[in-house]
Ligand binder design. Structure first.
Ligand code: ATP
Ligand code: MG
Length: 417
């Protein structure tokens, strides 16, 4: 019996890495350019952190968390998302003194979900959090940044930006009551799941995928019509800024997001290219969360994007080869092989990227492996070259060859790539 991965969890093989590296590099570049710095938080935290930050009645905390007791008896959970840890870190490190504070993260998240294409139990997110900016400018700029990243990756066709406002502490409570009354009067027509969460989280019913629930949701009172003056100004301010930047968007009054902590702006970027798993990025404002978690009141906004879904979109676009080596060193014969090991170290120290053939054998076998490794140049060291203290450099693209003395290798090939 061989041991396999856990259900819903997968390896990212070297062949897939071109796509992941492209994702990571473009994201780092763009987030940095907009003023975000990287933060790395632990992969597990006290369960209570997620219960309080994400919300005890959220799907994530109720059904999706990997929770366990460690040997000391503490209840810990693998992180299902990144914002809770960033907020904890912000408070724990007294960072309210260094506002505005803007960070990005990327890494694995864990949710016990029904695995399918684009939905896994260990998956990766990259995201940004901006603390201290209250106005809609931060929201609009963040959306522009996400779209810039997707454009840079050339996966911006078939995308839609949807926005909504979820109101604040002042206007959401009365709205929620009205919504609850509306839904309660129609609870017979709701799906089982929604009937169960009617008391605890009626807003979530608005984005249920069930056809019956959707028909009711479309008739339900909308948060955007119940906003207080401050929230209404913020939302119209956001739309004016998006219009000014020429960023197309749609207002979706049924988009409420799964996490309890959102206030005011909520947004999602969806694609038509991935079937059911159509959300590639999602985020929103969480102006109340820092205070709720025990810090000083600080407005904040953030988003996360699903890297597996971005990778799926990217894969469809490019057919690049992964991990192409530049130079490939082939040695034939024992004496040449021993010398090759020394020369390879010397040349690498001088800045020449160089992969050595690991298996040896005939020249033909080694050249075949060089070809498979997509080497651009092969350096051949056999008996004749050893005697002449030179290598035969073969260009794999045009087949051209030249003899290069050892002491010239660093100067000639060090500049390559
Ligand atoms: P969905 O509605 O698809 O379950 P979500 O609302 O749970 O998404 P968020 O918690 O907002 O998602 O996470 C942000 C992004 O992370 C999503 O838009 C998606 O791209 C990605 N994501 C979420 N859950 C998974 C998962 N189990 N596997 C892969 N990617 C995921
Ligand atoms: Mg989900």
């Amino acid at each position: 019996m061989t041991i396999t991965t856990v259900r819903g969890v997968r390896d990212i093989l070297p062949e897939e890495m071109v796509v992941w590296h492209a994702l990571e590099q473009s994201a780092r570049q763009i987030f940095t350019a907009y003023g975000y710095r990287e933060i790395r938080t632990p992969l597990f935290e006290k369960t209570e952190l997620f219960a309080r930050a994400v919300g005890a009645t959220s799907d994530i905390v109720e059904k999706e968390m990997y929770t366990f007791s460690d040997r000391g008896g503490d209840s810990l959970s693998l992180r299902p998302e990144g914002t809770a840890s960033v907020v904890r870190s912000f408070i724990e490190n007294n960072l309210h003194r260094s506002l505005p504070w803007a960070v990005y993260y990327m890494g694995p998240m864990f949710r016990y979900e029904r695995p399918q294409k684009g939905r896994y139990r260990q998956f990766h997110q990259m995201g940004c959090e901006l603390f201290g900016a209250e106005g809609p400018l931060a929201d609009a700029e963040m959306m522009a940044m996400i779209l810039r990243l997707l454009r840079t990756l050339q996966i911006d066709d078939s995308l839609t930006l949807e926005i909504n406002s979820l109101g604040c502490g002042t206007c959401r409570a009365p709205y929620r009551e009205g919504l609850f009354a509306f839904l309660q009067a129609r609870q017979e027509q709701l799906c089982d799941n929604c009937r169960q969460r009617l008391q605890r989280n009626p807003l979530r019913i608005l984005d249920c995928k069930n056809e019956g629930c959707r028909a009711i949701a479309r008739q339900a009172p909308a948060m955007k019509d119940a906003l207080c003056v401050g929230c209404a100004d913020h939302f119209s301010g956001l739309q004016a800024l998006l219009d000014g930047m020429g960023l197309p968007y749609t207002v979706n009054p049924l988009m409420v997001r799964g996490l309890d902590y959102y206030t005011r702006t909520a947004f999602e970027v969806t694609t038509t290219a991935l079937g059911a798993q159509n959300a590639v990025a999602a985020g929103g404002r969480y102006d109340g969360l820092v205070a709720e978690m025990g810090g000083q009141a600080v407005p904040a906004i953030g988003f996360a994007m699903g890297m597996e879904r971005l990778a799926l979109l990217l894969e469809g676009k490019r057919a690049g080869k992964s991990g192409q080596v530049g130079n490939y060193l082939v040695a034939v014969g024992d004496a040449a092989t021993r010398q090759a090991l020394l020369l390879a170290e010397e040349w690498r120290a001088a800045g020449v990227p160089l992969q050595m053939d690991w298996l040896g054998g005939s020249l033909k076998a080694q050249l075949r492996r060089a070809d498979r490794a997509a080497a651009s140049q092969v350096l051949i060291l056999a008996e004749r070259e050893l005697a002449e203290r030179a290598v035969l450099v073969k260009d794999m693209r045009d087949g051209g060859q030249r003899l290069l003395p050892w002491e010239e290798v660093a100067a000639v090939l060090g500049a390559l790539r």
